[in-house]
Design a protein around this ligand. Structure first.
Ligand SMILES: C=C(O[C@@H]1C=C(C(=O)O)C=C[C@H]1O)C(=O)O
Length: 474
């Protein structure tokens, strides 16, 4: 990426913008290919979700994620560039697309602020291949036309555009100029959906039928006893049909308030479907050479009183079965990252992670990222961890398709972004739903190991469904 020493906040006028774009056009002619031009600006405080609401278009792609407790939120919408891939090489192919794009990127504006410069919003489905009719590809990346983000108390807006040898510069400049004015003095006029009453469900249906999950768990336990594998995560899906269209961003408003410590997200495919949720699980963060991941596995309900809650938490910490489920995840993270030369640092026993509906065993894992190892290299090795897949991976993960009655799509997939510095963050697509007009498919799963009981796993998935079910049904 070439960073041009220009500050778009100063000396800016439509004429200066056209002159700048003319320089970019020259670069496009020299390179013999279109250049991605990324203009970053620090702006007055804006709520990225409010911005996305105001310009929401079901026919446009978007990626929204917010983790209120960590003080960041980022919204990107309308693809200026996109790429998709499938199969075992999907992570490497996305990396190549990112590298090639950055080799043809010209950036202006402050580049050191969080969320400045171009960002590649990426979604990897759980499996490396998906069926043709699914809503999201096995890997999809896009660079948004615009992005607004809040981090460390600062708001940054980014406009991205593609300048080709024959692009009409006046029209491009005018579009950027309009966006700049819009974000510079943003008008939070209430979009229509805020006035609409919450949708009421007309039907809730268990995909695969009642009793199917218990049967799958029984079959999985038999295979575990036959030593085919040690752990497998099996999910359920529920289809909700509402009386009127469900709005992904309206649901997000509820999720971000109730799950401030989670990643509240909405990923729209631009064809009317959105995958939304409030995920508690970080898959990977890379920030200036530091890698952060975690093991999150082992679950129990919350108590109605402080003492009941504490007693449940203690029981979870002492549960041999849950500790085993958790340990499998930690072992896998270690084994998968070691060949990259990563030396992990984590505490010897898990802590409790308490969410509104459920509590989990949690271990934070840190490491220095060795030189030359990139975020997507580490992600390709980590996904799917036994928190959502199984152990050993090769024996357990292919069985999931046989034992579950629906395609996973982005459920338990890896969603996140990579920036031009190689930093980025991915979370696991859990506590989630695929929204399509007036229908929503909700997903929730649980880890099955030797000694798992179908009824208990069913109850655990009910707890996990609650996050989305309550948000959808108000
Ligand atoms: C599979 C899910 O959650 C995962 C499984 C857990 C478990 O089995 O205890 C806990 C947290 C998540 O890693 C889900 O939410 O659908």
């Amino acid at each position: 990426m070439t960073i041009l020493p220009l500050n778009p906040a100063e000396n800016s006028s439509p004429e200066a913008l056209i002159a700048f774009l003319a320089q970019c056009q020259l670069a496009a002619k020299r390179a013999g290919r279109a250049q991605l031009v990324s203009i970053s600006l620090e702006i007055d405080a804006l709520d990225p979700l409010a911005v996305l609401e105001s310009i929401f278009e079901p026919g446009e792609r978007h990626f929204y994620v917010e983790r209120p407790a960590e003080g960041f939120a980022v919204a990107g919408a309308e693809a200026v560039l996109s790429f998709s891939a499938s199969g075992l090489e999907r992570f490497a192919e996305c990396q190549r697309f990112i590298d090639e794009t950055l080799a043809n990127t010209l950036a202006v504006g402050p580049q050191s602020a969080a969320f400045s410069g171009p960002h590649f919003f990426t979604a990897f489905s759980f499996f490396d291949v998906v069926e043709a009719a699914e809503s999201f590809e096995a890997a999809s990346v896009f660079v948004p036309r615009w992005q607004v983000a809040l981090a460390n108390g600062k708001t940054t807006a980014v406009a991205n555009l593609l300048v080709e040898a024959d692009s009409p510069l006046e029209a491009l400049a005018e579009r950027v100029w309009r966006a700049r004015k819009k974000f510079g003095s943003f008008d939070y006029s209430a979009p229509d959906f805020q006035e609409a009453p919450p949708a009421t469900p007309t039907t809730i249906r268990e995909v695969g039928g009642e009793g199917a999950y218990a049967e799958s768990v029984r079959r999985a336990v038999e295979r575990i006893e036959a030593k085919e594998f040690e752990k497998i995560v099996l999910a359920r899906a529920k289809d909700i049909t509402a009386s009127q269209p469900l709005h992904p961003l309206r649901v997000l408003n509820g999720l971000r308030q109730r799950f401030a410590d989670c990643y509240a997200f909405s990923v729209a495919n631009g064809r009317g479907q959105s995958f939304i949720g409030a995920s508690p699980e970080r898959l990977l963060r890379v920030s200036d050479g530091q890698l952060l991941t975690e093991a999150l596995a082992g679950s129990i309900r919350r108590g109605a009183t402080a003492s009941e809650d504490a007693a449940l938490g203690t029981a979870l910490l002492r549960s041999e079965k849950d500790r085993r489920e958790h340990e499998f995840v930690l072992q896998s993270i270690t084994r998968r990252l070691e060949p990259l030369g990563v030396k992990l640092d984590f505490p010897s026993s898990p802590a409790l992670r308490r969410l509104a509906n459920v509590q989990h065993l949690h271990t934070s894992v840190r490491a220095a990222l060795p030189d030359g190892v990139r975020l997507l290299d580490a992600l390709a090795r980590l996904h799917p961890t036994p928190a959502v897949g199984g152990k050993p991976r090769a024996a357990a993960v292919p069985r999931i398709r046989e034992l579950e009655a629906f395609p996973r799509g982005l459920y338990a997939g890896a969603l996140g972004w990579v920036d031009a510095r190689g930093n980025g963050e991915f979370f696991v697509g859990l506590r989630s739903a695929l929204i399509d007009d007036a229908t929503a498919r909700l997903y929730a799963g649980a880890g099955i190991v030797a000694g798992s009981w179908p009824e208990k796993e069913f109850t655990e998935t009910e707890l996990k469904f609650r996050a989305m079910q309550d948000a959808l049904l108000g």
